[in-house]
Each structure stands twice: as C-alpha cells, then as structure tokens.
Design a binder for this molecule. Structure first.
Ligand code: T5A
Length: 222
C-alpha cells in the first residue's frame, strides 16, 4: 500500500509523520484515510495501513476477531484485548517503525486509542492493564496527529449496514458504541496536543476541509 516510494539511500531520513484516524463504525475512517494519504503524498512516500491488521499475522488475527460467529464461541474481553495487542506488536515492529524511520509518512486506520475506547470504555477492562500492555508491546510510540471522526452512533451504523453483512463488532447494541464514543472523548481530553475532533455527521467535503487544515498544521510542526 506504499505510494510514491522515493526515499534516497545513503541520506539519513527525517522521520515520517504518523497519523491515525479513529471513530466508531461508519465515521468515515477508510474514506478519509485515502484523502489524507493523497495530501501527504505531496510531501513524500506514504504507507496506508490499518488495525487490527497491516501485516500477514495482523490480517489473520483481524479475520478471527471480526468474522467469528457468536454461535461458534464468544471471546472473553481479555482474549480479545491480547489478540489486538499481538497484532499491534507485529504491526509496529514489522511495518510502522521501519516506515517512520525511513522517512515514510504512515496513515493508520485505527491504533491504540481504539483499544482504550473499545476494550476499555466499552468492554470494561481496566485502562491500567491496557497501559501496561501498550508499554510492553509498543513502548512510547504515539501518533503525531490523531483525527477522531465523531459521528452519531446510529448514523454511522446506518452507513455501514447499507453495505450488507455486519462483522462481530457491528452487531453490538447502540449503547456499546456510545460507550466507545465516551472512551474516545476521554482520550482526546488526555492528549489534546495530538487529537483533533471533527464532527463527522457533516457532509464529507466539510469533514475533509477540517482534515486538510489539521494535516497542514501537523506538517508545519515537524
Ligand atoms: N477494534 C479495533 C477494537 O475493538 N480495538 C482496537 O484496538 C482496534 C484497532 C475494526 C473493528 O475492530 C475493533 C473496532 C472495529 O469494530 P474496522 O473495519 O476498522 O473494524 O472499523 P469500522 O469502523 O467497522 O470500519 P468501516 O469501514 O465500517 O467504517 P469507516 O472506515 O469509518 O467508514 P467508511 O469510510 O468505510 O465509510 C462508510 C460509508 O459512509 C460514507 C462512505 O462513503 C461509505 O459509504 N461516508 C459518509 N457519508 C456521508 N457523510 C460523510 N461525512 C461520510 N463519510 C463517509
């Protein structure tokens, strides 16, 4: 998924910009990931990736996490958390850090904030446990910019359900996604310097106007 691959060999690369996109289902993360990658490609090579996923192992774990049917077995919240961090540890070591260190910009559809929102706020796991896993698996890696697309849970679910079959998370009740939303808002309060909250109920062109400004500011800050 890397575009515009033109890092010169022999010259130490300036670290790439690490941008993450977060939000509940149907907020427009995938749509706007492509938009952000397009903006960044004017400033160097770009890697688009996603969580869970992004590597061969991560994509296998993603399939397990999203596709398993409730009648087959039910995940314990802790098993779900550990699989998500297994995927993330592989993702960071194999893909994200090498790209950033080579000067490639990385745009990830979800990252660790999603774990605090879904497994922490919505599944009820202790954030201190999530933090311990975070430190153990990925150290102090944090995005430079996190775009949180805040959509009404019902609106987002309508958008994704219009596509047809729902994955395991999309079958949760509205109250689950409202808790996820609260979890994201707490993360935004804790990390105001890197978080930008955008009202994703707005038409796409307005969402993208706000994203364009935020990406421009993040590039200027580098
Ligand atoms: N998960 C993940 C955890 O529980 N913990 C974790 O730590 C991590 C990393 C991953 C699942 O894994 C869970 C959370 C998730 O449930 P996913 O596929 O990454 O699943 O997440 P989804 O939210 O399910 O992704 P979707 O593809 O369903 O939603 P997107 O990407 O937010 O939405 P997108 O861009 O595909 O858009 C959906 C539709 O809406 C339209 C688009 O054109 C598209 O048709 N749209 C708009 N329409 C009107 N106005 C706008 N502003 C619009 N923006 C987009």
């Amino acid at each position: 998924m890397r575009s515009n691959d033109h890092v010169e060999s022999g010259t130490p690369a300036r670290r790439g910009l690490f941008v993450t996109i977060e939000g509940t289902e149907g907020a427009g993360k995938s749509t706007n990931q492509r938009f952000i990658a397009g903006l960044l490609s004017a400033h160097g090579a770009v890697e688009q990736t996603r969580e869970p996923g992004g590597t061969t192992l991560g994509e296998e774990l993603r399939a397990l996490l999203l596709k398993v049917r409730p009648e087959t077995f039910r995940f314990s919240a802790m098993a779900e958390l550990l699989l998500i961090f297994a995927a993330r540890a592989q993702h960071v070591e194999e893909k994200i850090l090498p790209a950033l260190e080579a000067g490639v910009h990385v745009v990830s559809d979800r990252f660790t904030d999603a774990t605090y929102a879904y497994q922490g706020a919505a599944r009820g796991l202790d954030p201190a446990i999530i933090r311990q896993l975070e430190i153990s698996c990925i150290g102090d890696l944090q995005p430079d910019l996190t775009i949180f697309l805040k959509v009404d849970a019902a609106t987002g679910l309508e958008r994704v359900r219009a596509r047809g079959e729902s994955d395991r998370f999309e079958q949760e009740k509205i109250s689950f996604f409202e808790s996820v939303q609260q979890g994201y808002l707490r993360r935004a309060e804790t990390f105001p310097a890197r978080f930008l909250i955008i009202d994703a109920n707005q038409p796409l062109d307005q969402v993208q106007c706000a994203i364009g400004e935020a990406v421009g500011r993040a590039l200027d800050r580098r």
